[in-house]
Design a binder for this molecule. Structure first.
Ligand code: SGN
Ligand code: CA
Length: 532
């Protein structure tokens, strides 16, 4: 890999000279590779894990002791955000350190493919002497590049008895019996055992969980049983006082769950409408007879009780919220215990000291806030990404960072940590200076956001915006206009103050921040953005 990538930089030397240079580069890189200065990186990345369900972020609905360990032994970024709140685009920003309009991956639309020939940080880490691996969810449609080893789920993947495929092709995918969250870590640990011990490594361990359809592991089915999970204060939000476009959503707890998928019913529920009824349930049909029996033993009696006396009105919404949130949290219970397995492995193999461990997720999620599930909007719950980082010797245990972090910052951070140059084209900034000086004020004061999918599966329109520490400006540019939120007086984001004269100056200054960021990141016109 090294020889190949350096070859292109030395086209004019003679054949003998080339051999000599390659041998020298190999020797230097080997020394470099063994150096203690290059930390290993374990990047644990989950799918749709909202900060409201992480203990270290103050969750009031669950506990995540293993994830929290990273905050206790390292640091936590309290203001960490994505650039485009949807799976593939967030992953593309992580890999490239760039916003969607620069890495070319705007939406999850059918046919969207990540251009794997472009610069990514794993490729640059390979050049800097790292062994690299990616295991689990990928969801960028083209095959991964920049990894010595990869084993990925097709598309969204499955919770039960999942298929994984490798560079041998999708048609040669391998089915593993068991639960995807465990298997993703089994495969990650196998790779750690087999890797070249003389090189530093990058492991991207990317869980499918806790993505829809929230199918928990059998051993966690009974967790949270017996007592209701507290409801968020905005579960019955009626979307007034903000853009009219909010009311067109198709992601409400009240109306937009599918009984057979999300609510775990086997048959059509008699009073369900067509939207709420789809029979091609994705998980139960994949289970072994034993798995299915254990699954049914939990859900069937509870479903019967529901059908005998179905709740109505707000009580039905409450019931759906409980069914949804408990399964979501059970999926996280598996994620958390598997974070524990990874940390235990690092401890047991003497790797903890020289390994950066990060826990993050591709975007946040609504856990009933605003009456919703799913993501996409620029409101806090889906804009946020968890970011916990442990790096012994560099981060004081228990450090809390308030700076505005974004997923475009991950790539330059990893490159700088590895001592590799950060290409000019990267739009994010390395957080290393902040890690050294947590109080640092020398950091962005505003961040740029842009969601491009227009009125697809969940009815969310394209929009862009800017967020500072106190204010957020959103532009629903294809179907409405500006919305201004004062996060200090209105942390639940229930009121657009863009037309309130008291905020006239704030509105103007946020508009000019937006214009400044559009220029800084070299955005095309909104008309050009409206084609994706
Ligand atoms: C699927 C889900 C959606 C979800 C998208 C994107 N529907 O289409 O609810 O928003 O993925 O999620 S499902 O009925 O198939 O579960 S993402 O994490 O990949 O961006
Ligand atoms: Ca996601």
């Amino acid at each position: 890999m090294l020889a190949k990538s350096n070859w292109s930089r030395i086209p004019l030397v003679t054949a003998m000279g080339v051999v000599w240079i390659i041998v020298s580069i190999g020797a230097v890189s080997n020394l470099f590779g063994q150096s203690q200065d290059q930390p290993n990186i374990v990047f644990i990345f989950t799918d749709d894990h909202a900060v409201q369900s992480i203990g270290a972020y103050g969750s009031t609905i669950n506990e995540t002791p293993h994830i929290d360990r990273l905050a206790q032994e390292g640091g936590i970024f309290l203001n960490s955000f994505c650039s485009n709140s949807i799976c593939g685009p967030s992953r593309a920003s992580v890999l490239t350190g760039k916003h969607s309009h620069k890495n070319g991956f705007y939406t999850n639309a059918r046919g969207a493919r990540f251009d794997g020939s472009q610069m990514t940080f794993p490729k640059l880490l390979q050049e800097a002497g790292y062994s690299t691996a990616l295991i689990g969810k990928w969801h960028l449609n083209s095959d991964p590049t920049g990894f010595d080893h990869w084993e990925i789920l097709p598309g969204q993947g499955s919770y039960y008895n999942p298929d994984f495929y490798t560079s041998d092709g999708r048609e040669n995918s391998k089915r593993y019996e068991g639960y995807v969250t465990d298997i993703t870590v089994d495969l990650s640990l196998e790779w750690l055992d087999e890797r070249d011990p003389d090189k530093p490594f990058l492991l991207m361990c990317q869980q499918k969980a806790p993505h829809r359809t929230w199918a928990p592991n059998l051993k966690h089915l009974y967790n949270y049983d017996g007592a209701p999970v507290p409801e968020p204060p905005t579960l019955f939000d009626n979307w007034s006082g903000r853009s009219d476009t909010l009311a067109n959503n198709a992601m409400s707890i009240k109306d937009h769950f599918i009984y057979q998928w999300d609510m775990k019913f086997q048959d059509r529920v008699p009073f369900a409408n067509d939207f709420e009824s789809r029979l091609d349930e994705p998980e139960r049909k994949r289970m072994t007879p034993q798995q299915r029996a254990a699954w049914d033993a939990y859900f069937e009696p509870r479903n019967q009780a529901f059908l005998e006396l179905p709740p109505v009105g707000n009580e039905l919404t409450r019931w759906k919220y409980q069914r949804y949130i408990k399964n979501y949290l059970r999926c996280i219970d598996s994620v958390d215990e598997n974070v524990g397995r990874l940390l235990t492995y690092l401890d047991a193999n003497g790797l903890a000291e020289n390994t950066i461990v990060i826990y993050s997720s591709d975007q946040g999620f609504y856990l009933g806030e605003h009456g919703w599930y799913d993501k996409r909007w620029m409101y806090e719950e889906s804009l946020r990404m968890p970011f916990l980082i442990r790096w012994p010797g560099k981060i004081e245990p228990g450090t809390r960072y308030a700076q505005l972090l974004q997923n475009i910052d991950y790539a330059p951070t990893f490159l700088e940590a590895a001592g590799a140059p950060v290409p000019e084209e990267i739009q994010g900034q390395s957080i290393l200076p902040i890690l050294e000086n947590p109080e640092s004020d020398d950091w962005r004061k505003y961040l740029y956001y842009h969601y491009y999918e227009h009125l697809t599966e969940h009815g969310v329109p394209r929009h862009e915006g800017v967020r500072g520490q106190r204010y957020k400006l959103i532009n629903y540019y294809s179907n409405d206009g500006f919305e201004l939120i004062d996060l200090q007086t209105d942390p639940n984001e229930m009121r657009d103050v863009s037309e309130d004269p008291k905020y006239a100056d704030v509105l103007e200054s946020m508009k000019s921040e937006l214009a400044r960021l559009r220029q800084r990141y070299d955005l095309p016109s909104l008309a050009e953005s409206a084609v994706h």
